[in-house]
Write a protein that binds this ligand. Structure first.
Ligand code: NAD
Ligand code: TYD
Length: 348
């Protein structure tokens, strides 16, 4: 019998890389990708795997509990890798309710369905993919560890913290077998161009301003998306039930330093005179409640599961730039329609 794995949010940025990895690495698994196809979900991300025999796409909303219960009854999943979420901090500031519905209510719907279908839970696993933003904001020093107290500060991180708490509560109360990982900022191909790197790459191509929030001295730890997918694979197969793993790139950058590096690389890639892209940098009003610094201590996953980032940042950034330059039609397709209105409103 093939192991049946439900991946939620598989048409999104990270989810599409996880779906590709699992469908190609594990021909003996049956991968079911459940996705609502919001503005952030695009089946174009999965063109190369859509005809694989061990892959099936189902369009649906995790907020719809009847639909989720029927799906679990029908497929009797052996495992869930839950990535479906509203994921953009700026959108959580303008529209928090979408985040509560999908990230909290949707997650609890999945937990209920798993609890009701999994009996004693033997050989089952609920994997919740979460973010380091649940730990709040760091000062100039220190790192987030797995036991750092939760202190979410944006509606996005509050909704992810809440869903993490529900996963642990279901583990404690109903013995639901689970693992959680909390990862730092991802970058790479297929990221929707509202997040920092793809937005700025696209703006540089289009000669548009680069809107830097506040003084630009906010720090993030960047990880190539495929390295995150590989970490998820390791944790899903070798992680300890009931444990949490922090995933990070050992790769901190102040936004402004990262943006200047990006500008240099884009000038070279576009054969523009050195310094051209930097002129597009525009400091704008800060994001409300902007977290100062995130930095992950990823030594637990390194020591216990043997995972480390495989790609150096310089190489990852170059690969990402190349991908966006070679996939202009992808950018055009995903940013047509509703996104245009959002962009104009966000950066008016
Ligand atoms: P994304 O926004 O690119 O993709 C989210 C996917 O979920 C989309 O395909 C969307 O259609 C789907 N979705 C949204 N609401 C849904 C619903 N109600 N029902 C079913 N599907 C729905 O997000 P991402 O950046 O790929 O992030 C994936 C997960 O990883 C999220 O849980 C996020 O919190 C977490 N995470 C992201 C990062 C990052 O840097 N992007 C870092 C750490 C953790
Ligand atoms: P983002 O990609 O939205 O990820 P997150 O807020 O989840 O870390 O933003 C990364 C950093 O870049 C963050 O400090 C906010 C900043 N930023 C800008 O300065 N301008 C922008 O237009 C965006 C989208 C982000």
């Amino acid at each position: 019998m093939k192991r049946k794995i439900l991946i939620t949010g598989g048409a999104g940025f990270i989810g599409s890389h996880v779906v590709r990895l699992f469908t190609t690495q594990y021909p003996n698994y049956h991968i079911i990708n459940l996705d609502k196809l919001t503005y952030a979900g695009n089946l174009e991300n999965l063109k190369d795997v859509e005809n694989l025999e061990n892959y099936k796409f189902i369009k649906g909303d995790i907020v719809d509990s009847d639909f989720i219960n029927t799906l679990f009854d029908k497929y009797d999943f052996d495992g869930v890798i839950h990535l479906a979420a509203e994921s953009h901090v700026d959108r959580s500031i303008t529209n928090p309710m979408d985040f509560i519905m999908t990230n909290v209510v949707g997650t609890v719907n999945l937990l209920n369905a798993a609890k009701n279908n999994w009996g004693n839970g033997k050989n089952k696993l609920f994997y919740h993919v979460s973010t380091d933003e649940v730990y709040g904001s760091l000062g100039d020093t220190g790192y987030f560890l797995e036991d750092t107290p939760y202190d979410p500060k944006s509606p996005y991180s509050a909704s992810k913290a809440s869903s993490d708490h529900f996963v642990r509560a279901y583990g404690n109360t109903f013995s639901l077998p689970y693992v959680i990982s909390n990862c730092s900022n991802n970058y790479g191909p297929n990221q929707f161009p509202e997040k920092l790197l793809p937005l700025f790459i696209n703006n540089i191509i289009e000669n548009r301003e680069l809107p830097v929030y506040g003084d630009g001295k906010f720090t993030r730890d960047w990880l190539y998306v495929l390295d995150h997918a590989i970490a998820i694979d390791k944790i899903f197969h070798k992680g300890k039930i009931g444990d949490t793993y922090n995933i990070g790139g050992f790769n901190e950058w102040k936004n402004i330093d990262l943006i200047e590096l990006l500008c240099e690389k884009m000038d070279a890639a576009l054969n523009r005179e050195r310094g051209t892209s930097k002129k597009l940098i525009t400091f704008i009003k800060d994001r409300p409640g902007h977290d100062k610094r995130y930095a992950i201590d990823a030594n637990k996953i390194k020591n216990e599961l043997g995972w480390e980032p495989s790609l150096q940042f310089d190489e990852g950034l170059s690969k990402t730039i190349d991908w966006y330059l070679n996939n202009k039609s992808w950018i055009n397709n995903v940013t047509s329609g509703e996104y245009q209105k959002y962009y104009k409103q966000q950066y008016k």
